[in-house]
Design a binder for this molecule. Structure first.
Ligand code: UD1
Ligand code: CA
Length: 476
């Protein structure tokens, strides 16, 4: 529905200039990190707003930065087409928008203001606001909602006829006004031909001594413009994040919504309240996720099972694979019908073909394993290329690091069998079908089909232990 509406809006010529407010410190977070970079479901809250801006029809996107400017800019590096505007001192939301005036006023058109700390808004809610704005040729359209607990938000004040009159900030409200439950979402569409001049007239005559963007709306109305509201049915979409309690609320809300969507599409969540799936992950049918898992920026194909307490980040898991309890997987690709864990650690650039088995306490890094290969117990596999149907015994270790600065590769060709407790001092290659005897430290290449053993020969001294015990006893 959202996409269809946006096509219609575009053809009607509504492509607003989007301005996103993100210069504030977020005093109420008590944090060294700029507020808009605080994470909601493992992503900076600003990213949700930037995604929304890019989905909406628009002419330009301007981001107001100030507090922690460098960090905020760096967090936007993957977003194209954003203009940055610096607000030197954070003197209020009205003052913030003013930084774009010289750039935007000459362009005319309409201005859509979004807030960097309101991350749950959906595209169709904003499109409804834009449509209403255009149809009624308004000077300003304000997004509002009814909140049972309106504390902290600007209240929408109306006259006796129910017409919008102004927005009063929480800090400036009297007792009666405080009881008003209709609140300002902090999202507005303005008609640029009247907005910029009105904005320049806003003064900081209020309790907080700030230039409130909200005051421009009353100015537009008294100047004779049409000012109206667009009301959200789903009030939670407008939740703003000012402190960590709100951050937890918003995250809980988003998490529940995402989990519900996946359950509707055929995913079993053993414990929906104890499952974290971020907005970037994609899950297939009959995926089953147990309690306490984090699935972040990850794709799980049909039938994948993730057992409790596992964390999978920026990875792909193929059809039918099972990730057993307590595994940590990062930037890796897992083929179909693999078994990983319990307690396995797949570090970045690990790639497993089909039917690979990785057992408990096995760590892989920058390594690939071919079809049907196994490392079932207690291993470190780094910078290695392991072929098909290779068996790596318990305690297999690649010695890939020469103490600095280099990392070296280990190659183990198809069908090789490596006995337990063996070390590969890389660079080294084990040929196809070769055997390595247990307890070997391999420093030279092993030819195909050979057996390599480096163990010191065993010596048995008959009666030695018994003699030692007798000697101990007589000396006591
Ligand atoms: C604002 C609204 C309030 C509304 C609420 C909705 C004003 C005066 N009040 O209040 O009516 O109910 O949002 O969430 O607008 N910012 C700047 N520069 C500044 C000040 C703020 O860029 O000088 C940015 C902040 O980083 C933030 C956004 O503007 O992303 C909103 O500022 P914030 O201080 O959170 O406003 P609220 O008190 O929530
Ligand atoms: Ca806010």
């Amino acid at each position: 529905m959202g996409a269809g509406l946006s096509v219609k809006l575009t053809t009607m010529g509504i492509r607003p200039h989007i301005v996103i407010l993100a210069a504030g410190q977020g005093k109420r977070m008590y944090s060294d990190l700029p507020k808009v970079l605080h994470k909601v479901l493992y992503r900076p809250m600003l990213h949700y707003v930037l995604d929304l801006a890019q989905e909406l029809p628009h002419e330009t996107i301007s981001l107001i930065v100030g507090h922690g400017e460098e960090q905020v800019r760096a967090a936007c590096k993957d977003y194209a087409g954003i203009g940055f505007f610096r607000q030197e001192k954070q003197l209020g939301t009205g003052h913030a928008v003013l930084t774009t005036r010289d750039f935007l006023k000459p362009k005319g058109g309409s201005v859509l203001v979004l807030s960097g700390d309101v991350p749950l808004l959906k595209q169709n809610s904003i499109e409804a606001l834009l449509a209403k704005h255009v149809q009624s040729k308004a000077a300003a359209t304000v997004l509002t909602a009814q909140l049972p607990l309106p504390k902290g938000y600007g209240r929408i004040l109306r006259d006796a006829k129910g017409q919008f009159s102004e927005i009063r900030e929480d800090a400036d409200c009297g007792e009666q006004e405080r009881a008003v439950m209709e609140v300002n979402a902090g999202i507005y569409c303005f008609d640029g031909s009247v907005f910029w001049d009105a904005l320049a007239k806003v003064t900081p005559a209020n309790k907080q001594g700030e230039f409130y963007l909200t005051d421009v709306i009353a100015l537009l109305r008294t100047g004779g413009g049409v000012v109206q509201t667009s009301t959200l049915n789903d009030a939670f979409q407008m939740m703003g994040i000012n402190d960590r309690m709100a951050a937890a609320d918003v995250e809980g809300r988003l998490r529940a919504e995402i989990n519900l969507e996946w359950m509707k599409k055929g995913v079993t969540l053993e414990d929906p309240q104890g499952t974290w799936i971020d907005a970037l992950s994609r899950l297939g049918r009959d995926v089953r996720i147990e309690s306490g898992c984090r699935i972040l920026a990850t794709t799980l194909a049909d039938g994948v099972v993730v057992e409790s307490g596992s964390r999978i980040v920026a990875s792909e898991v193929g059809r039918g694979s099972v990730i057993k309890q307590g595994s940590y997987i990062e930037r890796s690709r897992i083929g179909t019908d693999c078994q990983v864990g319990p307690y396995a650690h797949l570090r970045p650039e690990t790639s497993l073909a089909a039917r690979v088995k990785i057992g408990n306490f096995v760590e892989l890094k920058k390594s690939s394993m071919g079809e049907g290969s196994k490392a079932s117990h207690l291993s470190y596999i780094g910078d290695a290329e392991i072929g098909k149907d290779v068996n790596l015994g318990c305690g297999f270790i690649t010695c890939n690091f020469d103490g600095g600065p280099k990392k070296h590769r280990t190659v183990i060709e198809d069908e090789a069998f490596i006995g337990s407790d063996s070390q590969m001092v890389a660079p080294v290659t084990i040929g196809r079908g070769a055997y390595v005897g247990s307890g070997s430290t391999i420093t030279k290449n092993v030819p195909a089909d050979a057996l390599a053993v480096t163990r010191a020969p065993q010596q048995n001294r008959e009666g030695y232990a018994a003699r030692l015990r007798r000697r101990k006893k007589t000396s006591e």
